[in-house]
Design a protein around this ligand. Structure first.
Ligand SMILES: Cc1cc2nc3c(=O)[nH]c(=O)nc-3n(C[C@H](O)[C@H](O)[C@H](O)COP(=O)(O)OP(=O)(O)OC[C@H]3O[C@@H](n4cnc5c(N)ncnc54)[C@H](O)[C@@H]3O)c2cc1C
Ligand SMILES: NC(=O)c1ccc[n+]([C@@H]2O[C@H](COP(=O)([O-])OP(=O)(O)OC[C@H]3O[C@@H](n4cnc5c(N)ncnc54)[C@H](OP(=O)(O)O)[C@@H]3O)[C@@H](O)[C@H]2O)c1
Length: 461
């Protein structure tokens, strides 16, 4: 595709430096050799959930960063502007928009969905977003360490996030020392009194969303027993699911129901099928002390119905790992039911018409499902729409380049640029060397991240 001659190179802002933002930016840069792209993120560090969601012990998965980082290779055409919140808390979207031909919103889905049960607001009841942010050292989650001083924990959900949470809580903390876990998180996990992690799965074994390899990996944890509580369903034989992934899960769960892996381990993960939390029971201080659990039936329509039969487990922490929702973006349409922005091939749609120059990619586009790789095709689709539309989008009223930096400063924002991030990155790697045998140790506090990015960080915080 050839661009008409232009006094200024065309410019696209990609808001969000998670996988979808970076894959979109990569496809944009590849698709138009003259295009300039600014990748903007509210955090001082790039990579979104790869840094702040992927579990610390998934070291292989984190190595996807080696591929994502190449997006920034062509420093003349792509910039990272971190520490830059787009929205009321930073620079309003419509102000930023004045500097770009097109804007791609790749902001993910960061809101924890709720269960709607009594007691959900008690202290010690958290969404997986909040809990994972804590153990991943997210700057918004410093100071939110959960109390791990009781033996029981309840995790609700049957997706990979529920597995991550259960695994991090159950595996010996020393096995996590060789990861990027912040020191304070590691200490909290070392001191943990948790012995029993109850995973409440509202439907049957044939309905779980676990990736088979993630499920199987639970059996390899040191000193952890995995108990399957299925009311004899698996022994009786469940209907053979069509999908291979589901058949593999059934195979694993059937074997474990008969012969629990890690039997006698110091900690236990209980996979409790056909169970939902009916009520969270608080103590006198307003903290979760127990969970009343209801047995479910699943109708032929796949819908879950409570039977009214309940039992109670002691738990000092309840983590809902039941999915996420996106947040509305000022000035753009939003579908409250799905928590996404309506789009066609990444073009934001309002009343059947595209909203000129506005695009979406990743979880805010298609909802909070899919692995990192899913965002590659998704980003490529959005980038193709942007590239096709660019010749007709007209020139933005304000210039790019340094003018964007000046505009950000008017809003009190000093962006973390790529070289700044490399300094922060180096400081984390140095902390990893100091701990010994680990690739990096995360710096979690925003102020400390900014200090390190600006070259004035002296100690691990
Ligand atoms: C807990 C968890 C663990 C996961 N583990 C794995 C795994 O092991 N393997 C795997 O393949 N997949 C995993 N996934 C899925 C994978 O992380 C997602 O598919 C992917 O991150 C979605 O990409 P995204 O770019 O849409 O969103 P995100 O990764 O969430 O990126 C969104 C970015 O936008 C930024 N942002 C948000 N709002 C603003 C704003 N207003 N202004 C500026 N910036 C903003 C955020 O700071 C963030 O950097 C996991 C998901 C979760 C929730
Ligand atoms: N290692 C990895 O590759 C990895 C790790 C983490 C995350 N991810 C990916 O990231 C995405 C998000 O993961 P996720 O685990 O958040 O989502 P998910 O896979 O969609 O799982 C959500 C789970 O929550 C359950 N749920 C929803 N509402 C509920 C309610 N009200 N009560 C009880 N249970 C409820 C769902 O059950 P129903 O099926 O009954 O609705 C489902 O089991 C997924 O695509 C996942 O594969 C991948």
């Amino acid at each position: 595709m050839t661009s008409p001659p232009s006094a200024r190179p065309r410019r696209v802002a990609v808001i969000g430096s998670g996988p979808s933002g970076l894959y979109t930016a990569e496809a944009l840069l590849e698709g138009d050799p003259e295009l300039h792209v600014d990748v903007i993120d509210r955090l001082p560090a790039p990579y979104g959930l790869v840094r702040y969601g992927v579990a610390p012990d998934h070291l292989k998965m984190k190595s996807v960063i080696r591929a994502l980082v190449t997006t920034f290779d062509d420093a003349a055409r792509v910039r990272f502007l971190g520490n830059t919140h787009v929205g009321d808390a930073g620079i309003p979207g419509e102000v930023l928009r004045e500097h770009y031909h097109a804007v791609v919103h790749a902001i993910g889905s960061a809101i924890d969905r709720g269960l709607g049960v009594e007691g959900e607001d008690l202290t010690g009841s958290v969404g997986s977003g909040a809990f994972v942010s804590w153990y991943c050292g997210h700057p918004d989650a410093t100071g939110s360490a959960p109390a791990l001083d009781r033996s029981g924990v309840v995790v609700v959900g049957a997706g990979n996030v529920a597995i991550d949470v259960a695994r991090v809580l159950a595996r010996p903390a020393e096995d996590l020392a060789a990861t990027d876990l912040h020191d304070e998180v590691l200490e909290r996990l070392r001191d943990s009194a948790v012995t029993d992690v109850h995973v409440l799965i509202r439907r049957g074994p044939q309905h779980v969303k676990f990736t088979p390899a993630e499920l199987r990996a639970l059996a390899k944890l040191d000193d952890v027993e995995v108990r399957v509580h299925d009311d004899g369903l698996l022994a009786a034989g469940v209907e053979e699911p069509g999908e291979r992934r589901m058949r593999q899960n059934i195979e694993t769960l059937t074997a474990w129901a008969a012969d629990p892996p890690g039997a006698g381990g110091r900690r236990r993960i209980h996979l409790r099928f056909l169970r939902s939390p009916a009520r969270l029971v608080g103590d006198d201080e307003g903290r979760v002390a127990a969970v009343e659990i209801e047995r479910n039936e699943v109708g032929d329509d796949g819908r879950v119905r409570g039977t009214g039969e309940t039992d109670t487990v002691d738990a000092g922490l309840v983590v809902r790992a039941i999915g996420y929702a996106g947040e509305p973006i000022a000035g753009l349409p939003f579908d409250e039911a799905t928590g996404t922005v309506p789009h066609e091939a990444g073009r934001v749609m309002l009343g059947g018409e595209p909203v000129r120059g506005s695009y979406v990619a990743g979880w805010i586009k298609r909802g909070p499902t899919g692995v990192i790789g899913t965002n590659k095709g998704d980003g490529a689709e959005t980038a193709a729409s942007v590239l096709a539309d660019l010749p007709d989008l007209g020139c933005p009223p304000r210039p790019g380049g340094d003018a964007v930096l000046e505009r950000l400063r008017e809003f009190g924002i000093e962006p973390v640029q790529w070289d700044d991030w490399r300094r922060l990155d180096a400081a984390e790697i140095a902390l990893g060397e100091r701990r010994g045998g680990t690739e990096r140790v995360k710096i979690a506090e925003r102020a400390a991240m900014l200090e390190a990015a600006r070259g004035s960080h002296t100690s691990a915080r």
